[in-house]
Write a protein that binds this ligand. Structure first.
Ligand code: GSH
Length: 222
């Protein structure tokens, strides 16, 4: 099978979940990292400079034998199934994992809509307010879901859900988002535990060494 993942050269969770899943499963794929300029022109015409189709003019895209699959959730599940990070015979666990991926999507969309719609008028000085009044509430609700469920607490078990949590909280707490605090993950105990569990896995350390830029800013989980 010929697999390619198209995204820009950042470790954003949407691309990292499928990328890391395939890496974990030692499944060969081409990790195509397009330039911002290529992405901007593909947003206009639906194709990257090397001719790869972006069906919704968005990234990430997973190309499976020339078929362009879009949507982070679909891509993550597909790669998770190939690598053993998504269950094939446990419908409830699969739905719980989907639930987490969907919450990660909701949090991302909340922030990007805020940025697009609100910050055109009020700018960054309201980011802290957005964090305190909106996004942290979602994070706390996610924490409650995780706290009350043993599925994601086992240190030996890993799925695409934990990888998504590790990367999205890595982003939120990295200091890269102006106006967001960086010391809140430690208040979300189960999320903190999951982030530390993932970050300490040997294959994740290898992935970081292999693909992250030396001055990449890590998440702040402690
Ligand atoms: N529903 C898509 C959304 C993907 C998305 O919004 N990607 C961003 C980059 S992280 C993008 O392509 N934005 C450009 C746009 O929406 O025009 C998914 O789940 O993958």
């Amino acid at each position: 099978m010929d697999l390619k993942i198209i995204y820009v050269n950042t470790p954003f969770w949407r691309a990292e979940v499928p990328r890391i899943s395939l890496f974990y499963g030692s499944i060969d794929y081409e990790d195509i990292r397009i330039s911002r300029e290529d992405f901007l022109s593909a947003k206009m015409n639906g194709f990257t400079k090397s001719g790869h189709c972006l069906p919704l003019r968005q990234i990430p895209v997973l190309i499976i034998n020339n078929y362009s699959l879009t949507q982070t959730g679909a891509m993550s599940r597909y790669c998770g199934k190939l690598s053993g990070l998504y269950p094939k015979n446990d419908e409830l666990l699969a739905a719980k994992i989907d639930q987490i991926i969907d919450i990660c999507t909701d949090m991302t969309v909340l922030f990007s809509n805020y940025r697009k719609n609100i910050e055109t008028t009020i700018k960054h000085n309201k980011r802290k307010e957005f964090f305190d009044n909106i996004i942290i509430k979602k994070m706390k609700l996610l924490e409650k879901i995780l706290l009350n469920d043993s599925s994601f607490k086992d240190p030996k078990v890993l799925s695409i859900a934990e990888i998504a949590i590790w990367r999205i909280f890595g982003w939120f707490s990295s200091g890269l988002i102006e106006g967001f605090p960086t010391n809140f993950v430690k208040e979300l105990k189960t999320i903190q535990m999951i982030c530390l569990k993932v970050e300490n896995l040997d294959f994740i350390k290898k992935w970081i060494n292999k693909t992250y830029h030396p001055d990449y800013v890590r998440g702040n989980y402690k």
